[in-house]
Design a protein. Structure first.
Length: 278
């Protein structure tokens, strides 16, 4: 039998980040061959991934960042099973590394991200290794990208909510400040669309029906039901569409008003919001 020393175990641990006992068992199984031992640990990760495929992964890390010239913003959600793992710095750093790969490679989808090269192997392979380390189910469930003349990204403290947005024009005074305010608005107020014309017609139809039902339950006359429902719909637009929401910075103005006061042609062309549990 090959003699496995504490130094060997520690060396493998430094290379892989796996636990001491896991490293020792892998070296014993691989008869001291480091490359084979690494493969043993990878297979362990794959086995863990398979055995936990039916588990719920509702915790995790959510991050956002722009590319170098701030014309694109990216947001990622890497889910795990427990808050304990989500808050571990290694998990946060791993999510940051994956996000950086997505930015560098110009990925646009989860599938592109998982197949991208990361240290000579795919992101998915590295993710499988991390599953082996944590013993939890890990999944990249969201990877969103927006692009425009100027893009912004915001990660809320705690890495549970992040938002990204793109503007149609750039290069004017105040763009950085208003961009920061807008992505914070998105994170805080969770709009469903940019403006009322961007809301899914099915959602509008549903809101009108809800408004009608509520009016009837309140005993309103039938000839007033439609008008009341449309009034409730307008309130819905003010609460749920970005440009019509009250600004979290100045409640006397809507987000749309704050934008046009800075530049009459300025608007948001795209946004995404990621939040754990949503």
């Amino acid at each position: 039998m090959v003699n496995i020393t504490a130094s060997d175990v520690n060396k493998l641990r430094q290379q892989t980040g796996a636990g001491m006992m896991d490293c020792k068992k892998a070296l014993v199984e691989a008869e001291g061959d480091f490359e084979k031992a690494i493969e043993v640990l990878r297979k362990k990760g794959q086995k863990v991934a398979s055995s936990r495929s039916d588990r719920e992964a509702n915790e995790g890390v959510v991050l956002a960042k722009t590319n170098a010239d701030a014309t694109k913003a990216f947001a990622i959600m890497l889910n795990c099973e427990t808050d304990f793992v989500a808050k571990n710095q290694e998990m946060v750093d791993f999510t940051k590394a994956i996000l950086e790969i997505g930015i560098q490679k110009g990925c646009n989808t989860v599938e592109e991200l998982l197949s991208a090269d990361m240290n000579g192997r795919s992101v998915q392979d590295n993710l499988t290794d991390m599953i082996g380390k944590t013993g939890e189910k890990l999944e990249v469930n969201h990877f969103d990208v927006v692009s425009g003349s100027k893009a912004f990204a915001y990660t809320h403290q705690g890495n549970r909510v992040a938002s990204i947005a793109a503007f149609n024009i750039a290069g004017f005074d105040g763009v950085d400040q208003i961009g920061k305010e807008v992505v914070m608005q998105i994170a805080a107020m969770s709009p469903i669309a940019i403006d009322k014309d961007d809301v899914d017609p099915k959602i509008i139809e549903k809101e009108i029906e809800i408004g009608k039902d509520l009016a009837r339950q309140e005993g309103k006359a039938e000839n007033m039901v439609e008008k009341i429902a449309l009034g409730k719909l307008n309130k819905f637009f003010k609460e749920c569409t970005l440009l019509n929401q009250e600004s979290i910075i100045d409640s006397k103005k809507t987000v749309g008003q704050t934008l046009t006061e800075i530049n009459k042609n300025l608007t948001v062309t795209a946004f995404k919001r990621l939040a754990l549990g949503r």
